[in-house]
Design a protein around this ligand. Structure first.
Ligand code: PLP
Length: 382
């Protein structure tokens, strides 16, 4: 089976891990953690980075550090991985779900603005959602599949309503928004994931980046049990969310090859895009005019009105030894979030079932890509 996406750990990963063992720095303090943070800072265009244990814990810590508390609302697109919503729930807050724009699959900025103007009332600290009287504490755009959301109008909305923007950029390290790297888009915080299936992995891990050094300082403090000094003295309820030196060792070896990985991911998407243009019945993954996507996953979208084709195509490709998969089921259709606030989902509802993700490892060969394309053509031309 040609896999969907597997990590390429053929660089310095083994050597760096051996260094950790030799030095006995295997835990949450060590030179690779510092180096990893520098590399992520540099690649993201931010002022600094805090390396954490996962993308999910990074999101939770960023939300908490920016004041999201029990009972609050956080606005985000319904079409995302469940970790975005879970991080909000871990704060005791509630997701407020918006639709996506069909040309980028990122949050629908016009709906966001229109609904905010309709439903929010000004209050001393944060705007209040009139129908529920819950405060809106943050906006969380998601850089779907490594494709940046349209950040300028989102950051402007955040400023207008006096709330921070926390970007879920889990798979978007290496992407660009209007030529700017994803850590330099004006969000209060941007969070990356280094999970095993992401373009750059640390085995597992995450990072919060920001232009605000005080915020990073606070997040770092909270990530290490809010300990003060060397004795067992803690000044608030903290978390145990730091990345270990072992994870960072793998992460550093991966970061050394970031540009090549992104190039290869973009190449996969270009191949599938070209194929989808030529094959009747499928459309391409989108790329908005403001975006240079990191193309975490690639694939095709089965055209509307051919619902039975989706499952058929996936099954047929799998029978051909191609790991074709469905994509995220939206949050408003998930049991834990079945009763949260949800706006009209006209794009999301008709889109998500039609997405077919296809093999796109950074190590995939051109002949494997051609094999996938030929199989799609064969199945759809029947
Ligand atoms: C992968 C992913 C996450 C979660 O990251 P983990 O490191 O697996 O916790 C969050 N949001 C999105 C959009 C993701 O793709």
């Amino acid at each position: 089976m040609i896999p969907l996406a597997v990590p390429d750990v053929t660089g310095n990963e083994a050597a760096y891990l051996q260094e950790c063992i030799n030095s006995s720095y295997v835990s949450s303090v060590g030179p690779f953690v510092d180096r990893f943070e520098s590399m992520v800072t540099e690649a993201s265009g931010a002022a600094g980075a805090v390396a954490v244990s996962a993308g999910t814990t990074g999101l939770h810590l960023a939300l908490h550090s920016l004041g999201v508390r029990p009972g609050d609302l956080v606005a985000l697109p319904s079409l995302t991985f469940i970790a975005s919503a879970n991080a909000i729930a871990h704060c005791g807050a509630q997701p407020w779900l918006f639709d996506v724009d069909p040309d980028s699959w990122t949050v629908d900025v016009e709906q966001l603005a229109a609904v905010f103007r309709r439903d929010l009332q000004a209050a001393p600290n944060r705007p209040v959602h009139r129908p529920t009287q819950r405060p809106l504490a943050a906006i969380m755009p998601v850089h779907t599949l490594g494709h940046p959301a349209d950040m300028d109008p989102i950051v402007a909305l955040g400023r207008e309503f006096g709330i921070p923007v926390i970007a879920d950029a889990a798979a978007a390290l290496g992407a660009r928004y209007k030529q700017r790297p994803t850590g330099a888009t004006g969000a209060a915080a941007t969070v990356f994931s280094f999970n095993g299936n992401k373009t750059v992995t640390a085995g597992g891990g995450g990072a919060i980046v920001s232009a605000d050094k005080d915020l990073l300082q606070r997040a770092r403090h909270l990530s290490t049990t809010a300990r003060v000094g060397v004795e067992y003295d803690h000044d608030e309820v903290g978390f145990n969310y730091r990345m270990t030196n072992l994870q960072a060792a793998v992460g550093c070896a991966q970061m050394e090859r970031l540009d090549r990985f992104i190039q290869r991911k973009r190449h996969c998407q270009a191949v599938y895009r070209e194929a989808a243009r030529a094959i009747d019945g499928v459309d391409t993954f989108p790329e908005g005019p403001w975006a240079e996507s990191a193309c975490w996953f690639s694939g095709v979208v089965v055209q509307r009105g051919r619902p039975s084709k989706v499952a058929d195509l996936r099954a047929a490709l799998r029978a051909d030894g191609i790991d074709a998969r469905p994509f995220w089921k939206p949050m408003h259709l998930q049991r834990p979030y079945a009763s949260v606030l949800v706006e009209t989902q006209s794009v999301t509802n008709e889109l998500w079932t039609r997405i077919v993700t296809l093999p796109c490892s950074t190590s995939i060969t051109d002949s494997e890509l051609n094999h996938v394309v030929a199989a799609i053509r064969r199945r759809l031309d029947q």
